[in-house]
Write a protein that binds this ligand. Sequence first.
Ligand SMILES: [Zn+2]
Ligand SMILES: [Zn+2]
Length: 253
Amino acid sequence: MRLAVTAAQAADGLYRARPIGARRLPDIFGYDILEALRRSGCSLCRVEAIDDRRWMDSFWREGKQDPGTRRRFYAAGGFCRHHAWLLHRLVAAEAAGAAIADVYGSLAERDIAWLDELRASLDRGKRRRRAPLRRGGRCPACVASAGDAERKVHFFVELLAEAEVRPHYQSSDGLCVAHFARALAHALDTDEEVARLLLDDWRERLAHVRDQLVEFDRKRDHRYADEPKGDAQGSWTEVIRRYVGERFPDDCD
Ligand SMILES: [Zn+2]
Ligand SMILES: [Zn+2]
């Protein structure tokens, strides 16, 4: 029942398996999410990183040949910084620089033509109103990733309606604030029971990290310097993770 994992994904460790007791999982399409619940950090951050990588992998292998995809790539002036470096990492891992030479070479050709045109119009004493190199389109990988992310949040809420999935969620690291807010908004519209579960769970996790921060602060006092440091030492990392989500190897720009 395992979905295929590319060598690049496996190498990145996003999918490194953790030994767990085998349970029957309710839906093969929830595989990514259920797998992410067993791993560290916000599971929706993790599945987004995996989806992002899959999209970019298929872009440089074959998607870039599609005329519509190329058009959107040029309209955006290439990828945003995050996605351009993601492309670079994937291509570098397979020594396949020709894929970047192909699309960015054509982009450079187009931009040179545009700059020449602008230069010529300046020489003719005309000024264009459009700002130089202003792009009309959004990064196509960001557009794809936003659509995927929305579907994953909806699917996550549906999965939480399954009694069988809840223990996986409760034993996981929970969600970051951005994913919690989106999941909660969808649950409030579709399933109040899941909304309650999400609220109670997140409140409890937040209260825990708040208590740990208080404890950390208390232990900084010289009067308690001899006490064992304990879990509170990690609290100032934990609170950042809780608020902004996990930082995965794929996401380290
Ligand atoms: Zn997240
Ligand atoms: Zn992007």
